[in-house]
Design a protein around this ligand. Sequence first.
Ligand SMILES: Cc1cc2nc3c(=O)[nH]c(=O)nc-3n(C[C@H](O)[C@H](O)[C@H](O)COP(=O)(O)OP(=O)(O)OC[C@H]3O[C@@H](n4cnc5c(N)ncnc54)[C@H](O)[C@@H]3O)c2cc1C
Length: 407
Amino acid sequence: MVERISWQGTIIVGAGVSGILLSLHLANRGENVLLVDQQGLGGGQTGHCHGYIHRGYIYERITKAEIELLARGAAWWEAAVGHSLDERFRSVLGFDTHEVKDSVTMSWADAGLATGEAAPNPFSYEQSAMTVDEWSMTPVQVLEREWNKQPLKPSTVTARIAQLQPHDGGATAIAQTPQGNFSLTGDRWIITAGTESTSLIPRGSPSSVLGSRMSFMVVARSQSLYPDTFCLRTSAARGMFGCSRELRGQRYSLISNYVSFGRDVDHGIARWSWLQDIQHTLARSLPHLWEDPEALWGVYRAPKAEVNDGSMAVPSGTAWETSNQVYIFSPGKLTTAPALVEDFIGKLPLHEGTPASNDGESLGRYSPLSWLPELWTQIPLVSRFALFGAERGDHLVEARHRIGVLQ
Ligand SMILES: Cc1cc2nc3c(=O)[nH]c(=O)nc-3n(C[C@H](O)[C@H](O)[C@H](O)COP(=O)(O)OP(=O)(O)OC[C@H]3O[C@@H](n4cnc5c(N)ncnc54)[C@H](O)[C@@H]3O)c2cc1C
């Protein structure tokens, strides 16, 4: 018989940036919170994104309200990172031509976005560059520090949640764990399951504002990459981003662009096609990196949750109650997540749970959540030729090609 566990309080599904911050807020206002994830803390998009803190410079058109939202989120991350953001951390933007730069900066100025400073151009193809007040960090590291600082933490359990059924006074789902399945009932649920949130929306509730698509991230290990954080918003580069990481004295860069695929596409073909595409930009715009004979390269799949209609509109996130006491929350961007979490929590009524009545002992049999390493640290690295020169991307991670593994 399936064990039944009942949680008197809020159950949060998904321990990315959204679930982590939501659960800390609720725990710190004295509520009973259970945070559930199928993998661990900081997996999902939060563990495989660039960690680029946007202020609006990637968008050609942006409103004052969107700039304010991004600025509130960015301010939270700045405070959490806790050091001054010097030149080294600021992002360099590249533009096709001086004319494009002038026209884009005019539209930013109209919206109230500072236009940044001219920068020595580190890109070989783009004609013009600018330094802006954007930067990057390692999100999982920052979230782990934030978690450790908080006096009150949520309870946690590692489980995949399926078949969520709302009923009077909450909802019940199946929690799947390596130790066996159990039935989990809670009187309030918040779903922050990123690309998988749609599969948990109760039948009959609206879901059209949430979607997902698939993209990829290149990991490059090289000392020759400059600048640390950049965005080539040029049409030729298809919005290519790069953000640096350091690990054991080695320098890595995570590089991606706007090109993405439907979720149902064959992954091997999509990866091959994406690599063919991005290699031209890498070769043209970042020749020092591309030609570095010491560089090692890897690629990973990076599915992305999308709010709204899949356009490049600034994501303002979404949150709604699908049925009585079952909420969906999706921030659209890492940058805006802290601000949107605060807004959402501000509107969520205080939940009067009774800690003593929780089934903590039964839950103790299942594994609590632990922190996951960011995905890029797990990717096998190979020579440039082995990654980009193969005929089909899906053969690339075969053992004979593995000449370096990030650890
Ligand atoms: C490649 C890429 C690059 C990005 N770069 C940036 C950037 O530079 N700057 C920026 O601002 N934003 C960026 N984003 C967007 C940003 O990463 C996301 O908006 C943000 O991380 C979403 O966080 P989340 O907590 O809502 O979801 P996630 O981080 O995806 O977390 C969802 C969690 O839910 C869990 N889960 C899913 N289904 C279940 C289930 N059934 N049961 C239990 N657990 C479940 C998953 O394991 C996961 O841990 C990027 C996204 C991608 C994909």
